[in-house]
Design a protein around this ligand. Structure first.
Ligand code: ATP
Length: 246
């Protein structure tokens, strides 16, 4: 149905091997366009939520203990990473994870590993280089020589090479200077304006809530609060807990 959300997580519980429950029955939705932010303290379950959507739980010896994850109407809880990329889910993991010895071009092309439409890949590559001029300038250089901010642009560009419907971003502002964070913020805004739905995990609550159409606050593996980005940003408890403003 056209009105169905792109991503619907329902009553999802996740447990890691030898550990307590990381998610205890969370429900959240990402519409077909716009930005949804996921906030919360260290260990609240933000990264685990992204892993459950991108098929990476198994790599971390995590498993879904209950509930469901539906994308485009289908349950994807049993699918692995490559199948999910093919369906339209791309993730930028925390810490960027670019291949330092490979060139910028090679890193970008790896992002299209599931695609066989040569003309389409060429078109997406041109769009990505259009959007990140610095990547065109450094096209043949080893990615390890890029600055932290440039590596984050490369990681986002690589994810876009998959041609996703949904882009998962795990702490894209982490460790970056304020001026670079500002650039990343504009990049995320532009990606959403181009029609890619974005799910954004951030410690930087100020950045996340100013971008987000809707936000969820995770606490101890549960959704403690949700609302529009503006409403959460105006909420006194949120301001005190996450924005450091009393
Ligand atoms: P952070 O900002 O620190 O990444 P987070 O909100 O993303 O925090 P998660 O990384 O999802 O939180 O962690 C949720 C819970 O699951 C925590 O208690 C954490 O210790 C645990 N956890 C996360 N990854 C693993 C793993 N690979 N094995 C065992 N436990 C894990």
């Amino acid at each position: 149905a056209a009105a169905a959300p792109l991503l619907a997580i329902t009553d999802l519980s996740v447990t890691y091997a030898g550990s307590i429950a990381a998610l205890r029955g969370i429900s959240l939705q990402v519409p077909r366009s716009g930005i949804v932010a996921l906030l919360g303290a260290n260990g609240a379950g933000k990264t685990t939520t992204l892993r459950a959507v991108s098929g990476l739980l198994g790599w971390h010896r995590g498993r879904i203990g209950g509930g469901d994850v539906r994308f485009d109407g289908d349950s994807i809880a049993a699918l692995g990473g490559a199948a999910l990329v093919r369906r339209g889910i791309a993730q930028v993991m925390e810490g960027r994870r670019i291949f330092a010895e490979l060139s910028v071009e090679e890193n970008l092309r790896l992002g299209a590993f599931t695609r066989h439409d040569v003309a389409g890949v060429r078109r997406t590559l041109e769009e990505v280089l259009e959007q990140f001029p610095i990547l065109r300038e450094r096209y043949r250089q080893a990615a390890g020589y890029l600055s932290g901010g440039q590596q984050q642009m490369l990681a986002i560009g690589r994810a876009l090479m998959a041609g996703p419907k949904l882009l998962l971003l795990d702490e894209p502002s982490l460790g970056l200077a304020p001026i670079i964070v500002q650039q990343i913020r504009e990049v995320i805004r532009r990606i959403a304006d181009n029609g890619v739905a974005v799910m954004l995990v951030e410690q930087n609550a100020d950045m996340a809530l100013s971008l987000a159409d809707h936000g969820y606050i995770l606490e101890n593996g549960r959704i403690a609060l949700e609302g529009t980005g503006a409403a959460l940003k105006a909420d006194p408890a949120i301001r005190e807990l996450y924005l450091g403003i009393v």
